[in-house]
Design a protein around this ligand. Structure first.
Ligand code: BMA
Length: 900
């Protein structure tokens, strides 16, 4: 009697044409897509390697077919037989036993098709024709007119398919197709589905009403037993009766003292279990369904602020303001079906390890796989979910609007039980596109229907989607777009902004990030090359493994990417070599610096009640979908770039920050010229710095901060200040010292200790731009490699020291990297997988030109930049590649060397 589910698998594929042969997929997965199958069958080279992307473009211009045979043994008690499609990519005509049962043209639609009439006893054949999305889109474009898109070709605006498949400024053009989500046969007499447990928590958090609703297909009268069990095993029961033919049901529970779900850092992640048992009137079990759900109260707080214009933009969960340090997530692969639940878990694990508490699922990808949201629920990582519209002027003619309406309903029903989703946004940057093209947009026009304007999709973002939200996911805040707010999307005082005036736009110096923050910065970033370990994995020809090769440049999709990256590198740091390793290090150093400046600047603006001048920042971008030089902090092969660690430090719940004002980089490029100004200002340079601390924990915390000023060449301490012990109030920043004098030969380090004297945070500030920094003529950097940790000391300040394993194949997980090490302070980096005596090597800023021991032994004259300082003590090879001496010492030493 109970319903049965059979997931279809075992696909075959062929080019769409009856005289083509079928090829069995090399795997037996329930989901698949054409690129994966063509690669498996060796019909195409792997598009991720070398310049193969160019060779496979025909795949997206071809129509394909998939077929799957399955055996059905009818159960006389099951009057209904449905095929359920969780997602077809994209223009699909579905035939069961040669009868057309479905035409789908939206990758984000889900379908339940009654196939009782077509299904046979024994073998059945399901065949799906996938027409080229490129051809279909171009035909729609020809019919409805050209609209503008800022990434990918314009025809994509008509096609409800993952936009990044069309190529993005970090992604290849790979227009896949196929049954990318599960298809299953469900047979039953009666079922319930689309169960929704919708909690409304009272303002005082003392009570919640849990409204459990569902859809039903019933061939008889039934009883539905609903049981809700709290995390502490309190149970609530209700019985609901539905008559044959009823299609909806609901029951509401009143829960006192609800056990609430909290985001990471704010409390624990606890879940209610909701079970529904459907029985016929004679007691037979007909169907059952179980789910878990976290209960929380979410608000997006946009209210007036003290002493600053505009309004706040921050999230509150269970009445606690939550400062957001997070990142933007793009789909983890160009071929979605290759991702596993473990991949999604690893993504969320990276967030947690990187001190991030939010992922924004960006609008040019997909409504993500359940595994990602489930893991976010479990770990307490919040989700900002965009609707899938990005960087374009989208249409809104009636068929398109209807398709979007169904898409919103289908996806909201799938996602609405994930408590981690705390905000939806209507699109990514579509308002910006309209602004930059000077199209119709008057924020004061609230007519609700803009279909006849040059911004027709405004009707989607401001009318259609809000209505879908209130119907299917009430209680979760909705924001019309990202960015959105104020009279323009770049208004830094209202709503969120995408701060791209570093890198794109006016290409500001990243040291000016303190002047670029907004009420919420949902995108900002800096490009960097992928890890040196990753390059041979996609550049198979060793001759292509240099920074300017055709392969490396094909794997950099950013507009002006090559020259902008060079600009930021050359404006800021000294590079003595274009060796691949040096250039990768240089670009990653720039990214690490830039993002940390930004994160520190934003968090500093979280100043407590009514002074939430910035409510959070989301780094563009966490990950990659193929091997590429991109804004990603974790490359396609999972290697963490230096920015992962610099932003981890800057985002720590307890952090300390230093910022020096910068005469070399006196003003924002976008600001009106000032006098005196660079480049002909020869007035004496004077610098000052401020220091502050942030505490985003929920406890007031007693700390002691020590600030030391170091001569960057000799390593001598020029000044040392121990600040009075202080209590950092919870959930806000606190200014510590301001306007302290410093010069351009001095680096500043701050160490924050807890009441017991343990180091809880460090921060440093170096003269800028880094290319003018005076470095010692040699370093004495010592590593002591132990089980699961390395202790590092240095005789002089060393900037951005990167640890790596000599053997490529040995992978250890550093908990910190790219660190600044100062004399007298042993820096400990923990590393899962590391063993005592392992061959750990280092790179650091200057390793390319500070002479190594061999050169010194040659007797060559070594002069510092200023010719003033000599340190002959070279204890460690410092070209970063061969660190033999430190290894020798490591193996022989029992004590941590103290260079302080
Ligand atoms: C943002 C994103 C993406 C893009 C990124 C880098 O605006 O929304 O569209 O990839 O910038 O340019």
């Amino acid at each position: 009697m109970a319903s049965q589910t059979q997931t279809l698998a075992g696909w075959k594929w062929r080019r769409h044409s009856s005289d083509e042969e079928w090829h069995a997929c090399a795997h037996n997965n329930p989901t698949t897509e054409i690129f994966v199958d063509l690669i498996d069958a060796k019909r195409i080279p792997n598009p991720f390697l070398d310049q193969n992307e160019r060779l496979v473009q025909w795949v997206g211009e071809t129509d394909w077919e998939y077929q799957c045979e399955f055996v059905h043994e009818p159960n006389a008690k099951h009057s209904r037989r449905d095929l359920v499609f969780e997602g077809l990519d994209t223009y699909a005509s579905v035939f069961l036993n040669d009868r057309l049962i479905l035409i789908s043209s939206n990758m984000f639609h889900r379908h339940r098709i009654d196939v009782s009439d077509v299904l046979q006893s024994g073998v059945n054949v399901l065949r799906i024709v996938f027409r080229s999305a490129l051809h279909e889109g171009r035909a729609l474009e020809a019919k409805h007119g050209k609209f503008r898109a800022f990434n990918g070709e314009g025809s994509r605006l008509y096609v409800r398919k993952a936009a990044y498949h069309y190529g993005w400024d970090w992604g290849p053009i790979l227009l896949s197709c196929g049954p990318y989500r599960e298809i299953r046969l469900e047979t039953y007499a009666s079922i319930i589905y689309d169960v929704f447990a919708c909690a409304a928590v009272a303002e005082d958090l003392q009570e919640a009403s849990l409204d459990v609703s569902w859809s039903a297909i019933l061939d008889r009268d039934v009883d539905i037993n609903v049981t809700v069990t709290s995390p502490s095993q309190r149970s609530f029961h209700a019985l609901s009766t539905l008559a044959s033919g009823d299609s909806q049901g609901r029951t509401t529970f009143s829960i006192t003292q609800p056990e609430l779900w909290y985001p990471i850092g704010h409390g624990s992640q606890v879940f209610y279990t909701v079970e529904l048992h459907v029985r016929s009137k004679d007691g037979d079990a007909v169907h059952a369904s179980t789910m878990t759900v976290g209960i929380r109260r979410v608000r997006l707080v946009q209210q007036a602020l003290l002493d600053e214009p505009g309004t706040s933009f921050f999230l509150e969960v269970n009445n606690q303001p939550v400062y957001i340090s997070g990142a933007n997530y793009i789909p983890g692969h160009s071929f979605l079906t290759t991702l596993t639940p473990e991949d999604y878990a690893a993504t969320v694990e990276s967030c947690v390890q990187g001190n991030q508490n939010m992922l924004r699922i960006w609008g040019g990808g997909i409504y993500e796989h359940e595994a990602l949201y489930a893991e976010c629920d479990r770990r307490g990582v919040l989700v900002w979910q965009d609707f899938m519209f990005a960087c374009g002027q989208f249409p809104c003619y009636p068929e398109f609007a209807q398709s979007v309406q169904k898409e919103a309903a289908d996806q909201l029903k799938r996602l609405r039980n994930y408590c981690s989703i705390v905000l939806y946004a209507g699109n990514n940057e579509d308002y910006q596109v309209i602004e930059s093209l000077g199209l119709d947009y008057n924020p004061d026009d609230h007519s609700g229907d803009w279909a006849g304007t040059t911004f027709p999709a405004r009707t989607i973002y401001e009318t259609l989607l809000p209505a879908a939200m209130s119907e299917h996911s009430p209680g979760v805040p909705y924001h019309p777009g990202s960015p959105w707010g104020g009279s323009r999307t770049d208004d830094r005082t209202i709503g969120d902004i995408h701060q791209w005036n570093v890198w794109h736009g006016t290409q500001e110096p990243y040291q000016m990030w303190d002047k670029l923050t907004g009420r919420f910065v949902s995108e900002f970033g800096m490009l960097a090359y992928p890890s040196i370990r990753s390059v041979p994995r996609f550049a198979t020809d060793p001759r292509q493994r240099h920074p300017q090769s055709a392969v490396m440049e094909l794997h950099n999709k950013a507009e002006g990417g090559v020259r902008r990256l060079a600009l930021y590198v050359l404006e800021n740091i000294r590079v003595d070599s274009m060796r691949l390793e040096s250039w990768i290090y240089a670009t990653q150093l720039i990214q690490a610096e830039c993002l940390a400046f930004a994160v520190r600047s934003c968090r500093r603006q979280w100043k407590g009640p009514s002074r939430e001048y910035c409510g959070g920042q989301l780094i563009w971008q966490l990950n990659d979908c193929w091997p590429v030089s991109s804004w990603g902090m974790i490359d396609f092969y999972g290697e963490r770039k230096l920015a992962f660690y610099s932003t981890k430090r800057a985002s720590a719940p307890l952090a300390v920050g230093i910022h020096r004002s910068n005469p070399e980089l006196k003003r924002l490029k976008s600001a009106p010229p000032q006098i005196p100004g660079a480049p002909h200002d020869l007035s004496k340079k004077s610098y000052v710095f401020d220091a502050w601390a942030v505490n985003t924990t929920l406890q007031d915390t007693q700390v002691k901060v020590e600030v030391r000023l170091f001569d960057t060449v000799t390593g001598q301490v020029r000044e040392r200040r121990i600040l009075e012990p202080q209590v950092l109030p919870s959930n806000r920043s606190l200014e510590l010292i301001e306007d302290c004098k410093v010069d351009d030969k001095t680096a500043v380090q701050a160490i924050m200790r807890d009441a017991e004297g343990r180091v809880i945070a460090r921060s440093s500030d170096w003269p800028q731009p880094l290319k003018y920094v005076h470095l010692p003529r040699s370093y004495d950097i010592r590593l002591r490699v132990l089980d699961r940790k390395v202790e590092i000391t240095s005789n002089a300040p060393v900037k951005c020291l990167e640890l790596y394993m000599a053997q490529e194949e040995r992978k250890v997980c550093w908990d910190d990297n790219g660190i600044s090490v100062f004399p007298g302070d042993t820096y400990v980096v923990h590393a899962a997988g590391l063993r005592e005596g392992d061959d750990v090597r280092i790179r650091y800023y200057g390793a390319d030109w500070v002479p190594n021991k061999a050169q010194l032994n040659d007797g060559s004259a070594i002069e510092d930049d200023d010719g003033m300082n000599k340190t002959d003590n070279v204890n460690c090879s410092n070209n970063g590649l061969t660190n033999h001496l430190s290894r020798a010492r490591v193996n022989g030493s029992a004590e941590a060397p103290d260079s302080g």
